[in-house]
Design a protein around this ligand. Structure first.
Ligand code: J2J
Length: 542
């Protein structure tokens, strides 16, 4: 059975097919197209290991064959949590080949997030690593099995028992018949994670057709070639290093992806030098770390041609330093896991690259900039960006209520981003109306953390807001009204961690106050909270 999702209206789907945007092929075609001509070419460098396109296809087919033999099939789902290693892509392509749709959890996700994903997709398959303390034994697997009675197989990297060793499942050639096929091209290939602004993080179903289009057009705009060597230093499962143009874009053209375990500058500089990397995608705080670590090491970056920066507001002053400091071109990327991606183009004049976040990548992207009532603002005015198009989702997974206000009547996704459009049609992100903190590219839904705080018996009211931060752009501050004057912020932080919350969501600051300021209708007045406390709040924070 196919996975349900909000489909595009027929006339739009027909247009996208007729115009050749939607190819009607599975996403796994990205490596299958390369397995002949490029069989010997390097696809992935991961530590001392090297994988050719032939290897990538063969190993993912082996895993696919075994999983299919265990009954995994089209319409099933998988919860995957792997670090930045080659196996991430081997697993991804194996699952695409058999039509099993994964959620690729971030490696920083803990019990709470993984359980929430499992509750939503009821996975049949779990793939992780024993290196993650959460999976050092099977206690948490049992919890997940309770959440998802469908869960019938768990495979781990670094597992000694061969029956549940991912390494074994991948590396032992599969001799049986290959009885499997991917899901149909207009069906769900996998789920993206949304940054979110709601209590439970939403999942975004992405189809083969729509995602493949976004990868192809991204690769074209970023002028990727067989010579591209891309450093994957952001979490591999995030939409940005996966598809903008990311690793999939690189595989699409037959280039090579070099895995880095994190954007930590010194190890990345080494990898760039050792493997002649010519392209990297970073978030703004990582750029600052790189600039700081650079003096004296410039020679390591000789091969670097393109630095992409996106995920959060990138200060113009730092943008201007890039070409000279790193000796490469800069590209700003303003994208979202829901779909729309904007790029500055490689031949754009410097001023545009330094001062804007680019323009939509596809001529079929439709955007409007709207006021609070949903009406278009006057040209050049600030408003909220809304969008629809051939690769922008039409709805979150199983979230009809949330979709009713996250999308408008015409199917436009309301991004929650405040933008201004320049005379030449480029976007400047100037703020945000969604209740979210952008902690250097990592998104925190305020409501999620507030709800967790409220489960503590001493917390009467809680509000999470953004505070400006020179290195991360924003950090989080929780305002708490407590019933217990002796409550300490360290106790609360430990409490949140004990619930299994990812570390980046723990409030950077916790401030105890006597009462919450309220708006006229009695909601917590976050704007006043941030203004009166001298912090820059959401809308003003970019
Ligand atoms: C300001 N805010 C930005 C930018 C994203 C490519 C690049 C990034 C993402 C991503 C992505 C921004 N300046 N340059 O998926 O494919 C903020 C906006 C946006 C939200 C989306 C991709 N680039 N943002 O960051 O789903 O608020 O995707 O709506 O994680 O990040 O976050 P996310």
């Amino acid at each position: 059975m196919n996975i349900e999702y909000c489909r595009w209206p027929d006339e739009m789907a027909e247009l996208y097919v007729a115009e050749g945007l939607w190819l009607g092929r599975p996403l796994s075609r990205i490596i299958e197209d390369r397995k002949n001509d490029y069989a010997m070419d390097l696809a992935i460098i991961c530590g001392d290991r090297r994988f050719s396109y032939g290897d990538l296809d063969r190993l993912s087919s082996s895993l696919a064959g075994r999983l299919a033999a265990r009954g995994m099939k089209v319409g099933d789902t998988a919860l995957v949590q792997l670090p930045n290693v080659a196996e991430f892509y081997i697993v991804f392509f194996a699952l695409l080949k058999i039509g099993v749709a994964p959620v690729n959890a971030l490696f920083v996700h803990r019990r709470l997030e993984l359980a929430a994903h499992a509750r939503q997709i009821a996975p049949r398959l779990l793939i992780g690593t024993r290196a993650n303390p959460l999976f050092s034994d099977d206690a948490f697997v049992d919890v997940l099995k309770e959440i998802s009675p469908n869960l019938s197989l768990a495979l781990f990297l670094g597992e000694t028992n061969s029956s549940s060793s991912l390494d074994h499942w991948i590396n032992t050639p599969f001799e049986g018949p290959s009885c499997y096929a991917p899901s149909a091209p207009d069906e769900v290939a996998f789920f993206n994670l949304s940054g979110g602004s709601t209590a439970t993080p939403k999942l975004i179903p992405r189809t083969h057709n729509d995602y493949d289009y976004s990868v192809r057009i991204s690769a074209e705009i970023c002028q990727l070639t067989r010579k591209t060597r891309f450093l994957c230093a952001l979490p591999a499962g995030h939409n940005y290093p996966m598809s903008s143009p990311g690793a999939l874009g690189v595989f699409h053209v037959g280039g090579c992806v070099v895995m880095a375990s994190s954007p930590e500058p010194l190890s990345c500089f080494d990898l760039i030098e050792r493997h002649s990397v010519n392209m990297v995608a970073l978030v703004p705080p990582a750029v600052s770390l790189w600039l700081h670590a650079l003096p004296g090491r410039e020679a390591s970056l000789k091969s670097l041609e393109l630095l992409q920066v996106g995920g959060a507001n990138f200060a113009e002053a730092i943008a201007r330093r890039i070409p000279e400091a790193l000796g490469c071109r800069l590209q700003q990327v303003f994208g979202m896991a829901e779909g729309l991606v904007n790029y500055t183009r490689l031949d754009d004049p410097g001023e545009r690259v330094f001062t804007t976040q680019g323009r939509p990548m596809s001529p079929y992207d439709e955007i409007k900039i709207i006021d609070e009532e949903g009406f278009p603002v006057a040209k050049g005015e600030v408003g909220m960006l809304a969008t629809r198009g051939p690769y922008t989702s039409r709805g979150y997974y199983r979230s009809p209520q949330h979709n009713a206000h996250a999308f408008d009547d015409e199917g436009f996704y309301k991004t929650g981003d405040l933008v201004r459009i320049t005379d030449d049609g480029n976007l400047r992100v100037v703020g945000r109306v969604k209740d979210q903190i952008n902690r250097g590219g990592e998104k925190i839904a305020a409501e999620e953390v507030e709800n967790l705080l409220l489960t503590h018996p001493d917390v009467a009211h809680a509000a999470l807001i953004a505070i400006k931060d020179p290195s991360m752009g924003e950090r989080s501050c929780a305002f708490v009204v407590t019933r217990n004057p002796g409550l300490k912020s360290s106790t609360l932080r430990r409490y949140l961690a004990s619930l299994g919350t990812a570390e980046y969501k723990l409030p950077d600051r916790i401030a105890f106050i006597d009462a919450m300021p309220l708006t006229a209708v009695g909601k917590i007045d976050k704007k006043r909270l941030s203004e009166e406390r001298g912090f820059a709040g959401n809308a003003a924070s970019n």
